[in-house]
Design a protein around this ligand. Structure first.
Ligand code: ATP
Ligand code: MG
Length: 603
């Protein structure tokens, strides 16, 4: 059916929506693809739905090509399965919870691992039933702390989520590899550049995991790449750890008065005055010689607030996202946490922490991290703090620092954590060269979940020997609505959207420009012929709209080919314009359909 603009449910806007920070949000609203219903929640209009359906279709075809079958779960789910895996608690404030009239708890699903696991447990019982991959394309609900950038981070959004079920690890590897290659094909067909990067598993648990990041300045993820092909989300980068140093001959640590040195900078200056270091001993003190102890406050999924101290070389900042991604195994309970620098209130409760002069080795009176009574402070260090390294650090007394405090001899730690900022120029962990940093949007994420969910929900099958074995699982997500936004983001100019053919809401946008009856008759005829040739056609048949507005709308809407029927008609030609290049050509009316059909086929 030809979409006639006189009838199409569409209003383009001249003004940018006030809340739009990024181009995709601005343009999708202005060009009449989506409307905001509430923060992070959007209504889809006909043009938007058309693009969305095309993205979904590409995903369906590639899922089907690896043998995955489509199912559809409810979004409204009972609490119980999520209690068994503890995610009812772990999600903290991140999910929408509600009660039915009888007072039973429900949630709007943020993701569906539990339900898929239970469905397979319901129906399958033998290794002969496996491998199995099933998926859905469905609304997900997350009460994001910061919904932003329109569809990029919504509170209701569409995800394609698949789950694989295998009897052994080799099977899981194969299912994971199949999804990985399907994802690369999906993004290639959509015309969306993505880079697969190593990722941390986060709240999902499990082992191997990769994200597909679309590189863009507006992305919220930072990733690194090396010339030798290493690529990782900064959260997952591992530090090249220096060798341990023999400390048998290291001089004893010495506490010195260092008044007014609450910052690394003032400390380094004072050290160079108080204890000048000779060239032979390493030259002037720098921030890298100091051990900075950063006090963080962690809010656990239960709402409890705890403090943690992290020791890092003084020349490196702490990257809270990296801490958040890696601190899970040190905390008493799993789940979504929030992390921030400890505030005055937190510090008041820990009087032994002397701001600016904090060093390793404190024992606190306050209960910490679920322990009762006096507890050692949870003290984690950067991987560069290896045994035998000597540091200038706080002496836990105002105005005093200790020099030559040797790791492993004078102080210990509860754990090593990847926590400092990764810098351009740092070495890749696999020896493939210096890292470059860039920003990206996470378009997809694949996980080897392993047996975590199957164990929790008791999904077992009989293996070849008649023994019950726990099934091993993978989970794989693509942000479908986020893909629409990312496509808009990377395909626009100052005039509007410039869709790639694979997802454009139509193949050609026919514009009748001017007043003559013949103009409208010809435009109508061409639209019908283009449609008969198998193309999707938008036809701007609005009778009393100026050429400027019509062209403006065509460019805003962003269909790849614009065919204008206007003044040239007296000479027997129409104008056919490529939206991306801006190149326009006059083409004889009777050649116009073939010309457009070829343009569509050849691009
Ligand atoms: P992010 O780190 O961006 O919050 P996530 O790691 O929480 O995402 P996953 O649980 O891995 O997301 O979900 C799979 C995919 O769903 C993501 O790769 C992303 O494309 C999409 N997605 C996740 N959260 C949102 C959201 N709030 N709005 C739109 N798409 C989302
Ligand atoms: Mg993710």
């Amino acid at each position: 059916m030809v979409l006639r603009l006189s009838k199409l449910f569409l209003r383009t806007l001249r003004e940018d929506p006030a809340d739009a920070e990024v181009a995709s949000h601005r343009l999708l609203v202005r060009a009449g693809y989506i409307r905001r219903a509430a923060p992070g929640i959007y209504t889809w209009l006909p043009l938007g739905l058309s693009v969305l359906r095309k993205v979904e279709q590409v995903i369906r075809e590639e899922m089907s090509a690896i043998g995955a079958q489509e199912v559809h779960f409810p979004a409204l789910l009972p609490k119980e399965p999520y209690e068994v895996t503890n995610r009812w608690t772990e999600y903290g404030e991140g999910i929408f919870r509600l009660k039915d009239r009888k007072g039973n708890d429900y949630l709007l699903a943020p993701t569906h691992e539990e339900m898929f696991t239970l469905l397979v447990k319901d129906l399958y019982s033998s290794y002969k039933d496996l491998p199995l991959s099933i998926y859905q394309i469905q609304n997900k609900y997350r009460d994001e702390a910061r919904p932003r950038a329109g569809l990029l981070r919504g509170r209701e959004f569409i995800m394609k989520d698949s789950y694989s079920f295998d009897v052994d690890d080799a099977g899981l590897d194969a299912s994971y590899a199949a999804h990985r290659s399907a994802y690369l094909k999906i993004f290639e067909r959509l015309g969306l550049e993505v880079i697969p990067v190593a990722a941390t598993a986060g709240a999902m648990g499990g082992s191997k995991s990769e994200e597909f990041l679309h590189p863009t300045e507006i992305g919220e993820d930072t990733f690194v790449r090396s010339p030798g092909g290493y690529a990782a989300n900064v959260e997952a980068v591992t530090t090249v750890v220096p060798a341990e140093i023999d400390f048998s001959n290291a001089p004893a640590a010495e506490v010195r008065d260092t008044p007014d040195t609450p910052t690394i900078e003032t400390l380094v200056d004072a050290a160079n005055v108080l204890v000048p270091r000779s060239e032979a001993d390493g030259g002037a003190w720098t921030a890298a010689d100091t051990l900075k102890n950063v006090v963080l406050a962690v809010t656990l999924p239960t709402g409890e607030r705890q403090i943690v101290v992290i020791g890092v070389p003084g020349d490196r900042g702490v990257d809270l996202k990296r801490v958040e991604a890696n601190i899970g195994s040190f905390l008493p309970i799993a789940g979504e946490i929030t992390l921030e620098a400890a505030g005055e209130e937190d510090l008041k409760k820990q009087p032994l922490i002397v701001k600016g002069y904090l060093g390793p080795g404190l024992t606190l009176d306050a209960p910490l991290l679920g322990t009762e009574g006096a507890a050692k402070l949870l003290y984690l260090v950067d991987p560069r703090v290896v045994s035998g390294t000597a540091w200038v650090t706080g002496a836990n007394e105002a105005g005093k620092h200790v020099f030559g405090l040797v790791a492993g001899r004078d102080f210990g730690w509860d754990g090593v954590i990847e926590c400092t900022e990764v810098r351009a120029g740092d070495q890749a962990p696999d020896g493939s060269g210096p890292l470059e940093t860039a920003r990206g949007i996470e378009m997809g994420h694949i996980f080897q979940l392993g047996r975590k969910y199957a164990e929790a929900l008791d999904l077992k099958v009989l293996d070849q020997n008649g023994k019950q074995v726990v099934v091993t699982m993978g989970s794989y997500g693509v942000g479908v609505t986020r893909a629409v936004a990312a496509l808009a983001e990377s395909n626009h100019d100052e005039k509007g959207l410039v869709w790639p053919r694979a997802v454009a809401p139509a193949d050609v946008h026919v514009v009748a420009v001017g007043r003559g009856e013949e103009i409208f008759a010809t435009a109508e005829q061409l639209s019908l012929e283009l449609e008969a040739a198998g193309l999707e056609v938008i036809y701007d048949d609005r009778p009393k709209v100026s050429p400027g507005v019509k062209f403006g709308d065509a460019e805003l809407v962003g269909v790849p080919t614009i065919l204008a029927v206007g003044r040239g008609l007296v000479d027997g030609v129409v104008e056919i314009k490529d939206r991306r290049s801006g190149n326009a050509e006059n083409v004889a009316v009777d050649k116009a359909v073939d010309y457009v059909v070829n343009a569509v086929r050849n691009s």
